[in-house]
Unconditional design. Sequence first.
Lengths: 685, 100
Amino acid sequence: MDFLNLIWLIPLFPAAGFVINGLFGKRMSKTVVGIIASGAVLISFIFAAGAVFQLIQLDPLHRTHTVKLYEWINAGPAHTSEGPLARFQVDWGFLLDPLSSVMVLVVTGIGFLIHIYSTGYMHDEDGFYRFFAYLNLFMFSMLTLILGSNYLMMFVGWEGVGLCSYLLIGYYFHKKSAGDASKKAFIVNRVGDWGFSIGIMLIFVTFGTIDFMQVGEKVREGAMSGAFHAGDTLFVVIALALFVGATGKSAQIPLYVWLPDAMEGPTPVSALIHAATMVTAGVYMVARSNFIYQMAPQAMLVVAVIGAITAFFAASIGLVQNDIKRVLAYSTVSQLGYMFLALGVGAFAAGIFHLMTHAFFKALLFLGSGSVIHAMHHEQDMRKMGALKDKIPVTFWTMFIGTLAIAGTPGLAGFFSKDEILWRAYSSRQGHWLLWLVGAAVAGMTAFYMFRLLFMTFFGESRVDHHTAHHIHESPRAMTIPLIVLAIGSVVAGYIGFPAWLGGGDAFEKFLEPVFEPLPIPLGPQAEYSHMAEAGMAAVSVGVALLGFYLAYSKYCKRSWEEQREKRQYGALYPVLLNKWHIDELYDALFVNRLKGAGKALWRFDGKVIDGVVNGAAWTTGEGSLGSGWWDRWIVDGLVRFVGGFIKTMSWPVRLIETGYTQNYALVMVFGLLIFIGYVLWGTP
Amino acid sequence: MVTTFHYLVLGAALFTIGVIGVLTRRNIMVILMSIELMMNAVNINLIAFSSRLQQVTGQVFAIFVITVAAAEAAVGLGIVIAMFKNKETMNINEIDLMKW
């Protein structure tokens, strides 16, 4: 089969699953719903794998395949900022190149595993079919986002995944906190989407097209001919506008606040949407727009700095959180920060590499935490766990592997991608030792909070209450098998990017190279580093991670967790970290309450002024109609009645003839006939 | 010998009886019967003249009148029955819907 020309089908299978489950799921058995939802994603995965396989067969320089399905929008000519007319013409087209290949395999592959997992995890929930319908809709949107060949299609998918995120966070809509969290996610994302849409508009106005390939070509030509220069304000503005969108979707400072709250959704949702796929959309978008970012070094610096700060900031909050999913949520924000750090220093391939490995181990960790929560009967508080190691061994061992991977243990997936990022943060042209320092510190913090999670959950004394303790059980096979598969992935996924300094070929980077080809712009001198330096850096970060592990071990494993001791260790910092640096309160004070105040003021204006005017109009109409009613009743009706009465009164003589007795009329007829006959017989000739 | 004249007298007598019946009787059935009487008086006249003039036209006409009379009787009786069902009366003076 020619999978390359069938890539447009990939998003359609989950869409079909969504329609079937959404319309008829209520009447179908849970097994059928699960099979349809998972099967749709599996078929997508097969088609994606086939297409990617065929793409790899092509010559590396021509590994770009576009399928134009039809012309979606043709809005006629418009002026660009350069002056000449351009048609706003958008195709419903699909683009498969190395970058989208990676994304599509990650999304469909991990998506499929999470679907399988969900059939076990969600089995006893109400609205089982609703969950899978949303999940399939999400897959459709995400695949549209990834495979779309232009910014507008990406935007369609972007909004679609935002919608599904909203629906799935609010899956337990009867809980107020879940409803609030879904609204928060939606509204915060609106801010980002505003930036993204501004970016798209600016791109069209500047280049006269929003097709990825065409924009890339125009930027390249402009840079070659000297029409564009690196650092042109226009590029910086576009890049920053797009980055605002990315901070919303990918939970970076200042718009990260929605992601931790998004943990109100079911755990598979957290794994699929809020760890592995949707939140990486911003990373993907920035990587996809790499030609614009390359022309805007200032914006790249912003991206790198925001990424580094977010990574540090989120990790610091993750140190003391007690909700198992919240720790992972902050960890996700932190790891996304890493990815943006990589993008910001120009190491696009490293960012995407980390995106891929992170998708494996973070999905694994979330699903593992879901398995724990499942075993604990929906208890998410780590303070009420402990010593679960032997009770749920599969969950423990897979989570252990995930923890090792995210902590950067040499040989596991996280090590390769994280060290690639840290190395590039230091060594690339846009890099800086400060960025590296922050990254390395975060690596230590990551190891610390992840092992803290592991130790608090699985080791030490059991803090489980007696009632729950009796019922702890390992999860069904539908849940453990995805865990095992992801655990294997977390180990081996890094090897496709086996680095050169270890004697590998950087295969992953080479694969992505055509997408991230450097633009012909003058750059500063690139310092040369030996493999030894890179190995030394890696050793340092592993050392920092080991330190983090040791601290976690000594504080949470050797001695079981105690709240008082933990509080004492952090001192005055503890409440600040526990309360997430009070950012939510700050935003409440700065924006939310202002908006609420404005809303209340408008409401009062509405109540007093608008309603007053309306009520006044109603009162005036009512009173006025009384007058006109009086006029109608007495004057108009009076006239009519007078005419009727007058005629009635004056017609009494005529009325006498009309007796209503049939025989009277017959008698009159007879008389008339007689008179007529008499006239004929004796009348004048 | 029975001449045309005799037939005409009989017809006139029957017609007059019919007219008087229609005008004076109060029972609708009787009025309908009186109308029948008037029509048959006309038939006698038609037949008489047909015989006298030796033309068949009058007889044909008489047959038409009988046909129409049958139809009229059916319609008339239908109306009477419907009326009786509604008003429970056969008295023509109580059926005065045409009054203003």
